[in-house]
Write a protein that binds this ligand. Structure first.
Ligand code: UDX
Length: 437
């Protein structure tokens, strides 16, 4: 295997996992972040995010002297006598109020990389960016590349999921490399050779579009099944059987057909907006994306609607929310449905209590007015409604006999279809789930 010297700028989810996993397979990687506290923590062996398996991969690569952390791009690009051959841009592209992506961090990093070039380098956009960003990176690097060092730009989108980021990176379905240069393609093929997966070579713009199109399509699958679940609820059909029947058709596929209270997280909502924005910018109204978003926004209110159907007025009633993260195995609450649900419940006068196994620290600032509890049972004491918001496996293992005794009203709204309707009804609960009779 050919070893490549890599510099990764940005140690968020994507950057840190990329850097750690490339180092894990034997490349020499320097991760850079301007956040000094983050770099100090990483140097001390502390991982700033909750991601199963990441700590072990980082520790192993650091021990084998394959992974390094530093605070400046100049140092990352030329580190202890090694010049980076590949420089990943993995900084944030936060949403602006109009839904477009703020690309100023990308521009700043491209400029800094240009200042630090010493020999041929492939500058890779790893962050999710709108189509044509690559062209801006080329222009920016050209402008600040005063010594005219040869370079190429490539797009190499990341498809990892939070909670399974390390295994997604190490065992990808595919790696997409978008570049107009054979030399860059060759180097990136060598970089990804240890992963033994199909490598799809495209031009830069197609690669950029693949990322937005893939995430929007997955989001569309979820909204589709959630819309089907609404019809199931109105007819008595079972959405799980419908999804199974659809998913057995290989053309449809079984994944991402789990009905629930909507998708959240930092990727789907943001990428959907950004994809819609860029399509309009280019003169095309991709109205399907708008519908995907509308179904999702409406689906988040499922809990509120069902709670009112059972409890009538929510004023003075207590709703216990179990799960706050946008999905299990992460502490991430960015764009989590729990935030909108709690807000809507509080607006209707409900008292909201909540518990999540790992997101409590994040919840403090994001959920004003919500009483955060130490454990699930404390959360459920005297509640009129238990709303399951995130399908953490431990919530399936609670002692529901005890739960029934603790609650003022034995009423469950299972927003993630985690529990068995029959078991819960046998225990005396009034039980509602999404799209299941
Ligand atoms: C997603 C993409 O899967 C990944 O490829 C991309 O790189 C980043 O965005 P992530 O946001 O980590 O990953 O989570 P994912 O597991 O895809 O789930 C996103 C949301 O969809 C969650 O809120 C989840 O609860 C919801 N979801 C997922 C459903 O409601 N139903 C499903 O069938 C699948």
């Amino acid at each position: 295997m050919k070893k490549v010297n890599v510099c990764v700028v940005g140690t968020g989810y994507v950057g840190l996992v990329t850097g750690a996993c490339l180092a894990h397979v034997g490349h020499r990687v320097v991760c850079v972040d301007s956040d000094i506290r983050k770099i100090d923590a990483l140097k001390a062996g502390k991982i700033p995010i909750y991601e199963p398996g990441l700590e072990k991969v980082v520790a192993g690569a650091v021990r084998r002297k394959k992974l390094f952390f530093c605070k400046s791009i100049a140092e990352g690009m030329f580190h202890q006598g090694h010049t980076a051959q590949v420089a990943f841009i993995a900084v944030g592209t936060p949403p602006r109020s109009d839904g477009s992506a703020d690309l100023s961090f990308i521009e700043n990093v491209a400029r800094e990389i240009a200042h630090s070039l010493r020999e041929y380098t492939v500058v890779v956009e790893k962050s999710t960016v709108p189509v044509e960003t690559g062209e801006w990176i080329v222009k920016t690097v050209n402008r600040f590349n005063k010594k005219n060092i040869p370079f190429d730009v490539a797009s190499n989108p990341e498809f990892l999921r939070e909670g399974s980021a390390v295994s997604d990176f190490l065992k990808p379905d595919r790696v997409v490399v978008g570049t107009n240069s054979n030399r860059a393609a060759q180097l990136l093929k060598e970089l990804y050779a240890p992963f033994k997966c199909p490598i799809l070579l495209t031009d830069i713009k197609s690669s950029e579009l693949i990322k937005h199109a893939s995430n929007s399509f997955l989001a569309a699958k979820i909204s589709f099944i959630n819309a089907v679940s609404a019809l199931c609820e109105r007819t008595g059909a079972n959405v799980e059987d419908v999804a199974k029947g659809m998913g057995l058709d290989k053309r449809i596929g079984a994944s991402f057909l789990r009905a629930g209270i909507g998708f959240g997280g930092f990727c789907f909502p943001k990428d959907l907006e950004a994809f819609y924005w860029i399509s309009r910018q280019k003169g095309y109204d991709f109205s399907m994306l708008r519908a995907v978003k509308e179904v999702n926004e409406d689906q988040k209110l499922w809990v509120v609607r069902r709670a009112e159907e059972e409890l009538w007025n929510l004023g003075g009633k207590t709703v216990a929310m179990l799960g706050l993260a946008f999905k299990p195995d992460t502490d991430d609450m960015r764009f989590a449905p729990s935030i909108d649900i709690a807000k809507a419940l509080i607006e209707r006068g409900a008292r909201v209590k909540a518990y999540d196994p790992v997101s409590m620290a994040n919840a403090k600032s994001l959920m004003p007015g919500v009483q955060l509890c130490k454990n699930a049972y404390e959360c459920l004491a005297d509640a009129d409604c238990l709303a399951i918001i995130t399908e953490w496996p431990q919530f399936a293992k609670l002692d529901y006999k005890k739960v029934a005794g603790l609650m003022r009203h034995a009423f469950i709204l299972d927003g993630r279809n985690l529990l068995s309707p029959k078991d819960m009804r046998d225990l005396g609960f009034t039980y509602r789930s999404v799209g299941r009779p």
